[in-house]
Design a protein around this ligand. Structure first.
Ligand SMILES: NC(=O)c1ccc[n+]([C@@H]2O[C@H](COP(=O)([O-])OP(=O)(O)OC[C@H]3O[C@@H](n4cnc5c(N)ncnc54)[C@H](OP(=O)(O)O)[C@@H]3O)[C@@H](O)[C@H]2O)c1
Length: 254
């Protein structure tokens, strides 16, 4: 594939993100607390997470190992960060979440697989075959956009992991209900885990400074901001004493 073709696909994919973003404010994605059997056949929640996220891990690992340029520059740093994140999301996160009778619709899994195939495919192919090795040389490692980007990535990953841990620990083994989370960034926003994910991939886009990485942060934002709004509205409906000052996803802003 030429760079022009990949850029064309990326722009089309970006346009779809805008449509999905708007749609998601009106249609709640039916998984987790919003799960529903109105969306067709459902399967075990933990297995669903593995099936949704594993394609991203496999695709990036494939491009890292087989790509023409993967190891001819420091592009492998970007691969390594992606692979680390998706190792957690594909295996560690599903193992850590508390088992509940909750199921996940196959429809959601198929959507997530398309999301991951496209984003990992575009980013992996670009870094492995199309990126110029000069863009990721030793000067890149000391450039301001790399340093700010990797800092955001690490801070975002920390926030995401810490918030996921707090949420997972709200339930004692066997419990299946919901509680109002508190402490850490939960005193400021309803979904610090989703906020952390947005910060993390913003950092990645800043570091990578290429169109597929920009496409991925736009998709992450498009997905997670409406999901955080759905979570926030759900909390307010379920808990009359839900803290009124708590924002949705961006502290002090939204
Ligand atoms: N990159 C992307 O576009 C993308 C898309 C989606 C998700 N993600 C990531 O995947 C992770 C999960 O996302 P999510 O929206 O499913 O997160 P979530 O609704 O906050 O749930 C996270 C875990 O905590 C439990 N939980 C949440 N709130 C709880 C409460 N108030 N009381 C008790 N338990 C609670 C959930 O149980 P239940 O499952 O039983 O509700 C689930 O096991 C996040 O880290 C997110 O950043 C990324």
């Amino acid at each position: 594939m030429t760079k022009e073709t990949l850029y064309f696909i990326s722009y089309m994919w970006l346009a779809i993100a805008v449509v999905v973003h708007i749609t998601m404010f009106f249609v709640t994605a039916p998984f987790g607390r919003h799960t529903s059997d109105k969306w067709g056949k459902t399967i075990n929640n933990k297995l669903g997470w593995v099936m949704m996220e594993l394609p991203s891990l496999l695709i990036m690992s494939y491009f890292l190992l087989t790509g023409t340029n993967s190891f001819s520059s420091y592009a492998w740093v970007l691969f390594a960060l992606w692979i680390l994140h998706y190792t957690n999301r594909s295996f560690i996160y599903p193992a850590r979440i508390k088992a509940t009778p909750k199921q996940i619709p196959i429809f959601i899994i198929l959507n997530a697989i398309v999301f991951n195939l496209m984003n990992a495919g575009l980013n992996g192919y670009y870094l492995a075959e199309l990126a110029s090795p000069e863009n990721y040389n030793s000067e890149w490692l000391s450039s301001p956009h790399f340093i700010v980007g990797i800092t955001l990535f690490v801070v975002g990953a920390f926030i995401n992991l810490r918030a996921d841990t707090i949420l997972i620990n709200l339930r004692t083994p066997g419990e299946t209900g919901y509680k109002i989370p508190g402490g850490f960034l939960f005193d400021k926003i309803s979904s610090p885990n989703l906020f952390g994910e947005v910060v993390e991939w913003s950092g990645f886009a800043l570091m990578a400074w290429n169109l597929p990485a920009l496409t991925f942060i736009v998709w992450t934002f498009a997905n997670l901001v409406p999901r955080a709004k759905n979570h926030h509205d759900w909390y307010k409906k379920q808990f009359p004493d839900y803290p009124k000052e708590r924002k949705i996803i961006f502290p002090f802003i939204y």
